[in-house]
Design a protein around this ligand. Structure first.
Ligand code: AMP
Length: 331
């Protein structure tokens, strides 16, 4: 994740929840199924803004949210991309293994250019997925839990891994990289409050993971619903309603069914529906908010977590780079 400050519900339902689930997954013998690494993509944030003054504070805010949502730094190293130099080294090598035209076809890049009204794309922004491939493959990641917008990037990672293995073989191990699989959730593209298909900080349509119940309520009150449902008892179309899509994630199944039926028949007005939605979201976030307040008071703990995560990550990253250099007969 890029350090863009406090996280919103899209980050949570599309990625963070899935990270924590993978981190905590146990096999029949009670052993962890996955070894998990969580990376702060601080260099990646330069692709859309060259402003660096807030990066450190944003990092602390973001990691505070991660910890509140259940990331356990004892089990999962949490680290900054910029502090592990092997990322830039592997990025450079990978950038020779993919064509510029392949990167120009990346749909996620096209969406960003449109959403941010960008006039030109930097060489580094074009290479976003190449750096991401290095982020994933340095740790030999086989599962990448991401939101839907990142699927094209995981595909590019797979292509780069394949291309590397075709070109270079390790003298003892053969293939250096495995092709990773993306892992998406049911809510891998959470809509924004304004009805746009993606909740995003740059679009200003977010509910934050750290919003207090009154903030959640006041944001949900203004959320876009079915624009054809004008009066309270007009029949509505849940399938086009943002608030209904939030109910699907945050309310229990029974209530979701009832809301769908009553919205369609016109028995349920948007005001009452939004109130229930805000309550469901805040109910879900309550334990996160409580845990968050403990970490927010002690940012020095978060900094220590980064330093210790970086120590663990660099060891793994350097092992992989040694293999890469041996396969390439460089160094
Ligand atoms: P980013 O802030 O672009 O680095 O995104 C971090 C992670 O959150 C990525 O896996 C994204 O796919 C995911 N993500 C961001 N916004 C949303 C959203 N609105 N819905 C679902 N997932 C999202």
């Amino acid at each position: 994740m890029r350090p863009t400050g406090k996280l919103h519900l899209g980050h949570y339902t599309g990625a963070l929840e899935n990270w924590v689930a993978r981190q905590n997954e146990l096999d029949a013998n009670g052993n962890r199924v996955y070894e998990t690494f969580f990376l702060i993509a601080d260099y990646h944030s330069l692709t859309t803004s060259l402003e660096t003054a807030d990066i450190f504070n944003f990092t602390i805010e973001m990691v505070t949210d991660w910890l509140a949502a259940g990331v356990d730094p004892e089990n999962s190293p949490v680290f900054r991309q910029s502090q592990i130099k092997q990322h830039t080294e592997l990025f450079l090598i990978y950038s020779m293994l993919i064509t510029a035209s392949r990167l120009e076809r990346n749909p996620t890049l096209k969406d960003q250019v449109r959403d941010l009204n960008m006039e030109a794309v930097s060489y580094g922004h074009l290479g976003y997925p190449v750096l991401q491939a290095a982020d994933i493959l340095l740790y030999k990641g086989n599962i990448v839990p991401v939101g839907e917008d990142q699927l094209p990037h995981v595909e590019i990672t797979r292509e780069i891994a394949r291309r590397f293995n075709n070109q270079y073989q390790h003298p003892h191990n053969g293939d250096v990289f495995e092709e990773p699989e993306p892992k998406i959730t049911r809510f891998s593209r959470l809509a924004g409050l304004d009805g746009k298909t993606k909740m995003s900080k740059s679009l200003g349509n977010t509910i934050l993971l750290s919003d207090q119940p009154d903030e959640v309520f006041s944001k949900i009150r203004k959320a876009v619903t079915d624009t054809q449902k004008i009066r309270k008892n007009d029949p509505g179309r849940p399938e086009v309603c943002t608030v209904y899509s939030y109910h699907c994630r945050f309310s229990n199944e029974e209530l979701v069914k009832e809301i769908e039926k009553d919205c369609r028949s016109g028995a349920l007005g948007c005001v009452a529906c939004k109130k229930m939605c805000a309550e469901a979201i805040s109910g879900d976030l309550a334990p996160i908010l409580e845990k968050r307040s403990g970490f927010a008071e002690r940012p020095e703990i978060v900094k220590e977590i980064l330093l210790s995560g970086e120590e663990k990550a660099v060891t793994v990253a350097e092992e992989t780079m040694k293999e890469v250099r041996e396969a390439m007969k460089i160094g």
